[in-house]
Design a protein around this ligand. Structure first.
Ligand code: PEP
Length: 251
C-alpha cells in the first residue's frame, strides 16, 4: 500500500495568537485542494484552540508539540490527551530533540507518551535522531536502534500502523545543514529495516518523515527518496510562503 506523505510544521515557541491565526489561515487557504500529502501544523499551546477553529472541517491536521501520559492531575506545565482531543487535535509530536536536550526527555518518557497517545484518538509523531558527536563517532546506527527499542517498547503490530516516525539528525536541526537526500535515505531504510525486525511486515506502511533544515529548495530531492515519506519542518514553516512551497514540492 502506498504511504501517503505527511508535511508537518513544528512552530516551536513562535507566534502569538494573532500571528498564529494569520499563518494558519494562509496555510489552510494555500493548501486547499492538496491531495498528494497530508498537511499538519503544530502551534504552541496558547494557539492550539484558535488554530483548531480555523482548521475545523478542513483536511489540515492540528498537532500538539508534546503531551503528558496522564489524563489529568498535578503536573504543572503539562497538557493532557483529553484536553487535546476536546479541541480536535489529531496528532502529537513526542521526543523532539529539543525536549530531550533541554527538558530531560528520555526514551522511557517518550515511550510512556506514545503508549498513552495510542490509547487516544491522536497519532504520535515520534522524533529520533543522533547528535553530531554520535555520528562522528559512527554510533548513529546504535543510537537510532536504541531510540527505536526504547520509544516503541511494548507496542503491538496493530498499533505500529498508527505511528509516524520523524528522523531528525540533531546536527541538521536549525543549523542550515541538511542531510543529503542519500544520507537521509540510508538512515530511513535502516529504520524501516529495524521496524521490520521488531514488528514484521507492517513496517512497510509506517511513514518516516525527515527533519532538519528542510526548505523549499531541498524538499523535492528529499521526497524522491523511496523511504522518505514526508518532512517535519521547523524554521521554514513559520512563513506561509515557504511552508506552502514545501507542501507543493511536487509542483
Ligand atoms: C525541527 O525542529 O523539527 C526542525 C526540523 O527544525 P528546522 O527545520 O528549523 O531544522
Amino acid at each position: 500500500m502506498a504511504r501517503m506523505p505527511v508535511i508537518a510544521g513544528n512552530w516551536k515557541m513562535h507566534k502569538t495568537v494573532e500571528e498564529a491565526r494569520a499563518l494558519a489561515q494562509a496555510v489552510r487557504d494555500g493548501a486547499a485542494g492538496v491531495s498528494h500529502c497530508r498537511v499538519v501544523m503544530a502551534p504552541p499551546f496558547t494557539a492550539l484552540f484558535p488554530v483548531a477553529e480555523i482548521l475545523r472541517n478542513t483536511p489540515v491536521i492540528l498537532a500538539a508539540q508534546n503531551v503528558h501520559w496522564e489524563p489529568e492531575g498535578a503536573f504543572t506545565g503539562e497538557i493532557s490527551l483529553p484536553m487535546l482531543e476536546e479541541i480536535g487535535c489529531g496528532m502529537a509530536i513526542v521526543g523532539h530533540s529539543e525536549r530531550r536536550q533541554y527538558f530531560g526527555e528520555t526514551d522511557a518518557t517518550v515511550n510512556r507518551r506514545v503508549r498513552a497517545i495510542l490509547q487516544s484518538s491522536l497519532q504520535p509523531v515520534i522524533c529520533i535522531g543522533e547528535t553530531l558527536e554520535e555520528r562522528e563517532a559512527e554510533r548513529h546506527y546504535d543510537i537510532i536502534t536504541q531510540q527505536l527499542a526504547g520509544g516503541l517498547d511494548g507496542l503491538t503490530r496493530q498499533s505500529l500502523l498508527r505511528i509516524i516516525l520523524a528522523y531528525e539528525p540533531v546536527w541538521a536541526i536549525g543549523t542550515g545543514r541538511t542531510a543529503t537526500p542519500e544520507t537521509a535515505q540510508e538512515m530511513h531504510a535502516f529504520i524501516r529495516n529495524r521496524l521490520s525486525g521488531m514488528f514484521g511486515e507492517g513496517a512497510q506502511e509506517v511513514r518516516i518523515l525527515y527533519g532538519g533544515s528542510v526548505k523549499p529548495e531541498n524538499i523535492a530531492a528529499l521526497m524522491r527518496q523511496p523511504d522518505v515519506d514526508g518532512a517535519l519542518v521547523g524554521g521554514a514553516c513559520l512563513e506561509a510562503d515557504s511552508f506552502l512551497s514545501i507542501i507543493h514540492y511536487n509542483a
